[in-house]
Design a protein around this ligand. Structure first.
Ligand code: ATP
Ligand code: MG
Length: 568
């Protein structure tokens, strides 16, 4: 319950809930639901909905949020999705307790409510074909036309509806429709379909049913049966609200939840349509629903995203009534922020260039102290082996350095992180290709990090690994799925395929990582110094072949955007 010193609600939905509590509209209850259809995997848009529904319930004493599978369309649904959804909801940090429900559990009740509607003369069996029904419906500018079957008697309707249920008719032979108004300016009220014949097995009810309720009919009644107080859905259902209310007004239900619409999350450079995501998976553009390039929760998880980063992102974007596209860079900002605090630093070289330190004793190995996380001293330090041959990043050397390039070049010095200052004294090239294959350097023994000379100024510090100790690894670099920021999301539009980024995945197989990563557990996350955040791929990594996914590079484009915006 709200008290006088409660902070102002964060958004218009929370304001409505607070107001309803003040007026005791729902008997002081707050009860929401998250209603996924088990026809695909959850994505970051669903995360927004979960953060809202579970979030509001958690913010109120005694508040509840149900997980309900909206499983009324058996032809596209599967138990595989049910299990995946449950695991994703839990992973994101939400708990439905003992409130796991299925719309299919209500099929008998929904059928009885339909019988009520028929008896009241509020529903009828229509025997027009699907095409005729479409024609009769009219358009935005043209009123609909009443079906000749609209005036069937209650007895005939009851008889036909019962026979629809028992399987006497083929798919499409009849439908049950609400009798509302074929001339309504709102097309959703032009005698919408309530039941269809679909002779397909359902993943939970098997062959028990061959008629299935439509979303618009099943959803309000499922909400009502569960005692939901606030039924939160996305904006495209705004025009369906009069139908939501009609169904509850015309049936004998005790609870009339309030439907409130909010803007769905759209993210730049990716897409959220389950149908398109399924296409990407089925056509092999990605490796599966958990491909780290996808905005699915499984993909983000495999990519190295933390639940906290996703929840913080959702809290930050908030909920509003207007559709907008959120920059992917903002999501990346939140994972950087979270991993900056959590992720231990390690050194890894993605494109190795061999460096021989000519004056370093051949057999010598030093264990140099490295800080695990400068943001968090409690994470301690570790020892990194240093020896005569190290690898550095190819891009940290230029034979012919441009003016602002301050890293290694012939005759120049850099510091090796946690180690010594080295100077490039020789360059070995492949005779055939002219490619630089090895550098010769000297080190200054007085400049070891932490020693009195260590502070001697050099323009840059580069990361490295000891060649004799480093582990071989594969590193997968991900870039945005789509080249365009906002390809249109209309259902007919197939053009997103032209926008697929052909370089969304780059696999580097000759990487070297420091030996402390030998024991890295699948899924564990690290900052590779100077490069970005990476996690051990939970599927393909093994002790023999370590595989890392780049979660996000270090460069914070969002901070730049934000800075530019503030400067305006
Ligand atoms: P479909 O196109 O199959 O209906 P859907 O994206 O609506 O897909 P559902 O499984 O029906 O998926 O969604 C479950 C819940 O998540 C719904 O309440 C829906 O409004 C919400 N939701 C889905 N996508 C988004 C999104 N992009 N932003 C916010 N909420 C979303
Ligand atoms: Mg939906």
């Amino acid at each position: 319950m709200t008290t006088p010193d409660t902070p102002a609600p964060a958004d218009f939905i929370r304001a409505i809930v607070a107001q309803d509590l003040r007026t005791n509209k729902h008997g002081g209850r707050v009860h929401t639901r998250f209603p996924p259809e088990p026809n695909g995997y959850l994505h970051i848009g669903h995360a927004k909905s979960m953060c809202l529904n579970f979030g509001i319930a958690n913010e109120h004493e005694g508040g509840l949020c149900n997980l309900r599978f909206d499983d009324t369309n058996p032809s596209t649904e599967d138990v595989e999705y049910v299990e995946a959804v449950k695991s994703d909801v839990r992973w994101l940090g939400f708990d439905w307790g003992d409130r796991l429900f299925y719309a299919s559990d209500y099929f008998e009740q929904l059928y009885q409510y339909a019988v009520q509607l028929i008896k009241k003369g509020k529903a009828y069996v229509d025997s027009l074909s699907a095409e005729e029904i479409r024609d009769y419906r009219g358009t935005l500018t043209k009123p609909g036309k009443e079906s000749p079957y609209r005036t069937r008697s209650v007895e005939d309707n009851l008889d036909l509806f019962q026979r629809m249920r028992t399987g006497e008719f083929e798919d499409g032979a009849h439908v049950l429709r609400a009798k509302i108004n074929m001339a309504s300016p709102n097309i959703n009220l032009r005698d919408p379909t309530l039941y269809r014949i679909r002779r397909v097995a359902h993943h939970r009810t098997g062959d028990k049913w061959c008629i299935y309720p439509t979303y618009d009919y099943a959803h309000p009644l499922s909400d009502s049966i569960e005692g939901i107080t606030h039924s939160l859905c996305t904006l495209e259902f705004e025009d369906h609200r009069p139908l939501y209310d009609w169904v509850l007004d015309e049936t004998e239900v005790e609870c009339h939840p309030q439907q409130i619409e909010f803007a769905r999350l759209n993210l730049s450079h990716t897409m959220m349509s389950k149908r398109k995501l399924l296409e990407l998976v089925e056509q092999g553009h990605v490796t599966g629903w958990d491909d780290p390039r996808l905005p699915t929760l499984m993909g983000l998880r495999r990519r190295g995203y933390t639940p906290a980063a996703i929840r913080n992102f959702c809290d930050h974007i908030g909920v509003a009534k207007r559709d907008a596209v959120v920059e992917m860079a903002l999501l990346e900002h939140f994972i950087r922020e979270d991993l900056n605090r959590r992720a231990p630093r390690v050194m890894a070289v993605l494109r190795p260039l061999r460096v021989v330190i000519d004056n370093y004793p051949e057999a010598q190995v030093e264990k140099l102290e490295a800080v695990n996380n400068p943001e968090d001293p409690t994470m301690g330090t570790r020892k990194v082996p240093f020896s005569r041959v190290v690898y550095i990043e190819q891009e940290d050397f230029r034979e012919d350095p441009p003016s602002k390039f301050f890293r290694l070049a012939p005759g120049r010095e850099v510091r090796l992180r946690y180690a010594y200052i080295i100077k490039c004294v020789g360059v070995v090239k492949d005779e055939r290709t002219g490619e630089v294959v090895e550098l010769h350097c000297t080190y200054d023994p007085e400049t070891r990090s932490g020693s009195s000379q260590a502070g001697r100024k050099v323009k840059s510090t580069v990361h490295w690994v000891s060649a004799a100790h480093a582990l071989q690894a594969e590193v997968r670099l991900y870039d945005s799925l789509l080249l365009q920021a906002n390809p249109s999301e209309t259902p007919e539009d197939q053009d997103y395929r032209a926008s697929l980024n052909p370089n969304s995945l780059q696999t580097l197989t000759a990487c070297r990582v420091e030996p402390s990563l030998a024991s890295a557990a699948p899924g564990s996350r690290y900052q590779f110094e100077r490069l970005g955040y990476f996690c051990v791929d939970a599927v393909d990594s093994s002790p023999h072949v370590l595989v890392f996914n780049r979660t996000v590079p270090l460069r914070d484009t969002w901070a730049k955007i934000e800075k530019a915006q503030q400067g305006r």
